[in-house]
Design a binder for this molecule. Structure first.
Ligand SMILES: C[S@@+](CC[C@H](N)C(=O)[O-])C[C@H]1O[C@@H](n2cnc3c(N)ncnc32)[C@H](O)[C@@H]1O
Length: 216
């Protein structure tokens, strides 16, 4: 893949261990030790170049954030933003979301953000969608009881698929917008993709779902 194995990006990430945790396994079950407080932890999966998570961390200093992105050549842009802003409540992880349970214990995370996740439109790639049932199980294994997923996308097919997937898994729909930028939702922080697609006139879909407290 074009984005993989960029030595310059890996070197830059390695030179900022205070921002991109080099051995995140050590914080499993005790992320509060890294942040030095007991504030709630929200994570974004597929953080890309980091505009959303940096904006959220600036706007909400009493919430801890972790941006997760698998490609070094992409996460370095998020790292640049974090270096510039030096936010004590934001850290980055250069890992693949399929390995989340290596880094987070049940109850570590209160909320997961999925923004403009890759749609993988072919049916044979369904399992790669970050809202596929096996990912919903993975998220359940790291979230608090009653934890939330907040999801935004420009892709109508992925949005409809995800609503069905959430519902079939037993998640509770708390909020839905079929046109976020023309809705009454306040405090939206745009991602890079959101800016790009909305500038082209695309409609943005958004929902919030919650795991029931008494599931299982
Ligand atoms: C379409 S981009 C959207 C980026 C950003 N969220 C935005 O809205 O601007 C999706 C990002 O998710 C990342 N990604 C996809 N699958 C991932 C996974 N399993 N683990 C970590 N990152 C992933 C991709 O590398 C890519 O940077």
């Amino acid at each position: 893949m074009r984005l993989r194995n960029k030595p310059w990006a890996k070197e830059k990430i390695a030179s900022y261990p205070q921002y991109v945790a080099p051995n995140p396994e050590q914080y499993k079950g005790k992320w509060h030790e890294l942040f030095g407080n007991d504030h709630p932890l929200h994570i974004e999966i597929g953080t890309g170049k980091g505009q959303f998570i940096v904006g959220m961390a600036k706007a909400n200093p009493h919430i801890n954030y972790i941006g997760i992105e698998r490609y070094p050549s992409v996460i370095v842009s998020a790292l640049d933003k974090l270096i510039e802003n030096d936010l004590p409540n934001l850290r980055l992880l250069n890992v693949n979301a399929k390995d989340l349970e290596r880094y987070f214990a049940k109850g570590d995370v209160e909320r997961i953000y999925l923004n403009f996740s890759d749609p993988w439109p072919k049916k044979r790639h369904e399992k790669r969608r970050l809202t596929y049932k096996s990912f919903l199980q993975l998220y359940e294994n790291i979230l608090v009881d009653g934890g939330e997923i907040h999801f935004k996308t420009d892709n109508q097919g992925l949005f409809e698929y995800s609503l069905v997937s959430f519902s079939q898994y037993g998640l509770l729909l708390q909020y839905v917008s079929l046109d976020l930028h023309n809705s009454d939702f306040e405090g939206n922080i745009m991602t890079e993709y959101e800016e790009k697609f909305s500038a082209k006139g695309s409609r943005i879909y958004r929902c919030e779902v919650k795991y029931p407290n008494d599931k299982k």
